[in-house]
Design a protein around this ligand. Sequence first.
Ligand code: 3BY
Ligand code: FES
Ligand code: FE
Length: 427
Amino acid sequence: MTTRAPATSAPATRAPATSAADLVHQRVVGHSLDAPFYVSEEFLALDIAAVFARSWIFVAAEAELPEPGDYVTVTIGPYSVILVRDDEEDVRAFHNVCRHRGARLLHEPHGSVGNIVCGYHHWTYGVDGTLLHAESQSPDFDPTCFGLRTVHVRTLAGLVFVSLAARPPADFDEVADRVEPYLAPHNLRRAKVARQIDLVEEANWKLTMENNRECYHCAGHPELQRCYFPLYNFTADEVPPALRATYERFLAADADARATYESLGLPYETIEELDTRPTGFRVQREPLDLAGESFTTDGRVAVRRLLADFPTARLGHLGLHTQPNAWFHLASDHAVTFAVLPLAPDRTLVRTTWLVHADAVEGVDYDPDTLTRVWNTTNEQDAVLVARAQRGISSPAYLPGPYSPTESQVEDFVNWYITRLKEHLEG
Ligand code: 3BY
Ligand code: FES
Ligand code: FE
């Protein structure tokens, strides 16, 4: 009997190197990307130029800079951006680059300043970016020409987005208008940061995002699965046998939750525009399992003081996904934001921030370990999974594989991404 190699066996040698532009144009719909997208420096540079320097990027919660003068610095590829609350209490964004001879101005990830003073020759800027002081200049020196370079910034119900583009995607305000009614009831503008955890994953940023956009792997999240229905995108007839009982519980909880949302006037219908616009997004309210209140192992609130005066804590959660780099989970008692920022082709920062009511008292209203347990454990599990994917993809034997129907949002993400690269390459 002769044996024939299956069609998917790896080629003995790799095809000659293909250009990045060719790889973008050859991308096979419904399949994971070719290896260079995940492993090469060239694609990281392209991703920064075509995606991170052009789109609206989620960078922080407003609660990270509650008072005038409070700042956060964010690294986006080679860029460093200062977010600072000005004296009118608006969030401003500037390039972290001195207008004299270019020194980086602020070095800490966050802090508080009266003015922004360059450590090199002490040029001094106000928190509105104006140059206030530059010693020993010639009489014709005009300080109004040397204010900090601004970065476009928008706040959406307490979430801060920046765009490094000269002309950012024009659809952000429309997206914000549609999403704001979902988020606003959770009062994130009045929240405080209970915890922030930075996790560096040994994987390309797209693997981190792709992993977030499916629950095909959710059996790997036993803690999360106690409170979160892992039914991502399954229609009634697609639910696998192992999840049948969960699905029945979901249907009952969903009917209940909808009645609650209706009675409280909370918008809950899914809006999904993940790959049809530059500011792709998906928003949805859905029930949680067990007590149905929060992301804890028994489904009960982790914070006694709710985010707002909700008449019930049993609101399930509001999920928001934004392209290219973020997702959010809002429950009645706390919210969690996730920002993904590339560090290297195979290293990615996942910054997770837990927000609670500004008046909630640690140790009295909440225990930080209980508050962070489910998502922190889930993140650590995901870090292992995406690092394995990165390692497998780094082998010359890797070939792109097909997405299952439950991975349709992975396809949406990749499709959105490929569209951005094509737009960039076509200038
Ligand atoms: O955060 C999310 O939306 C996805 C879905 C389930 C697991 N995962 C982290
Ligand atoms: Fe900033 Fe000279 S580089 S003051
Ligand atoms: Fe996961």
